[in-house]
Design a protein around this ligand. Structure first.
Ligand code: AMP
Length: 192
């Protein structure tokens, strides 16, 4: 099992670079944001709960989110070979839960790829994405809340993973191909 966490603020390019990683390494991809948006689209009970949080730019509570993630791991046999985690973990509690979930499967997080982008650029990218895709939480008010939440709850995770010796910070501004090349080089040096 080879597990990579793609980490960064909203708009840092996690989804884009995850797509490249899937192509390059052929491993299973779990985007918790996509899982939640799918529930919202299907108007499931979980989707209705998730929408309350997502529309305000808040995080889904940890216990619920950890359960959703565990279900994703259990219901996808492909996940046994490895996973690209995109948008999870977002809190220290989630990171600790992920370590436990993977330990139970005799595995671990091998690398955390941190896409580092300045806030001004993040806001520009998210506004543009909102205009292009109509994604409901890509409006200025929600974006500002999501960035606040990122800085207070998610960013501290970089220190958590630095302490574990797993954090690889990458400059996330610039050409998509060049960013991916940097990621590829970092991953090439990681023991599996
Ligand atoms: P994303 O597509 O990763 O930007 O996620 C969109 C929204 O889904 C976030 O702003 C959160 O409201 C929610 N979400 C996604 N992943 C998580 C997570 N790991 N923990 C809590 N909330 C999440």
């Amino acid at each position: 099992m080879f597990n990579i966490v793609v980490f960064g603020a909203p708009g840092s390019g996690k989804g884009t670079q995850s797509e490249r990683l899937i192509k390059e390494y052929g491993i299973h991809h779990i985007s918790t944001g996509e899982v939640l948006r799918d529930h919202i689209k299907r108007d499931t009970p979980l989707g209705r709960i998730a929408n309350e949080y997502i529309s305000k730019g808040h995080l889904i509570p940890d216990d619920l989110m950890i359960k959703i993630l565990a279900d994703e791991l259990d219901s996808n046999p492909e996940a046994a070979k490895g996973v690209i985690f995109d948008g999870f973990p977002r809190t220290i509690a989630q990171a600790e839960a992920l370590n436990e979930l993977l330990e139970k499967r005799n595995s671990k997080v091998h690398a955390v790829i941190g896409l580092e982008v300045e806030d001004d650029e993040l806001v520009d990218r998210l506004i543009k994405r909102g205009q292009e895709t109509g994604r409901a939480d890509d409006n200025l008010e929600t974006i500002q809340n999501r960035l606040k939440v990122y800085h207070s709850q998610t960013k501290p995770l970089s220190d958590f993973y630095k302490k574990e010796g797993k954090y690889h910070g990458i400059n996330g501004s610039g050409a998509i191909d060049e960013i991916f090349e940097q990621i590829r080089q970092r991953i090439a040096g990681i023991e599996r």
